[in-house]
Design a binder for this molecule. Sequence first.
Ligand code: TXA
Ligand code: MG
Length: 336
Amino acid sequence: MKTEFLSEDQTKRAAEILKGGGIVAIPTETVYGLAASVYDKNAIKAIFKAKGRPSDNPLIVHISGLEDIENIVSKIPENAKKLAEKFWPGPLTMIMPKNSKIPKEVTGGLDSVAIRYPANEISRRIISQAGVPLVAPSANISGRPSPTKFEHVVNDLNGKINAVVDGGECAVGLESTVVSMLSDIPKILRPGKISAEDIKKVVGAVEIDKSVFEKPNGFEKILSPGMKYKHYSPKTPIKMVIGDACKYAEFVNTHRNEDIGALCFDEDIPFLKVPYVSYGSVYDTISQSRNLFEALREVDKLDVKILYAHYKEIDSLSLAVYNRLIRAAAFCVISL
Ligand code: TXA
Ligand code: MG
């Protein structure tokens, strides 16, 4: 298939392709998404095929106005109304009970549906011009880092999708916060820019699902199917190393004859005697979020056997970075 490369001014063309049953990668403020009409089962199948995504991993439905929600859910929980008022449009996805119009292919057979109202103007224009809500998983091959630039989408999906819209670099760089609104207390299933504290301030209480921190043990019920799959992995195996700058530099330099590389902070660079890729300043979680996925794509170019990724400490802001990095490292952590 020939993939059309569209500029951000060609949103009408993107909408036309979507209305005709095609699949189109579109920019959002978090990461690029691979979009299709929520009602088009064939296009939805094509998304799963292009990404190599397991069919039980449900998709997020993207809307361009609050009025769209009534056609998607059977009930809007009170807390969801409050969170929508505060954070939408923006990088928050809420899981609510689905209604019968939403095909089961969208939700991987679940009775709930994930909804997001993106802030990015280009994505909102495409959803409005398509005239239907759009499903859009991240526009990467399953298991690879999510795409934050046009080039990342092209590298993964050129020739497999109908079109990709170039919206430049994504402002946030990590996927949306996913929060389940199915019980009275909202539960974070995937951390993102909107933090637990942000949510707590609006609704009074919030929980964070265990799967955010831990490897699923295979016995418990997984609330967010996406959390059980391998994620964000470069080809080079990664181990996450937690410790201060001195200990980290000493650790990687000790292993320097073993064909290793560093995924590090800017401040580590002067002390390293091994090849490296940095993912931002240790003091700037916003830039770490924006750079992480690109850095995870760059590390394979170092052509090393193993990569030691530096992480300092978990705080509420960096939980989203931690969650992605520990999955990229397949939960292998070395504490110094
Ligand atoms: O920022 C984002 O959310 C991006 C952009 C494109 O909007 N999209 C995205 O989609 O990250 P995806 O498919 O890569 O991740 C969606 C996550 C998966 O972990 C999936 O299992 C979970 O949301 N999810 C979707 N529907 C769900 C549901 N009904 N219940 C539980 N988890 C759900
Ligand atoms: Mg994804």
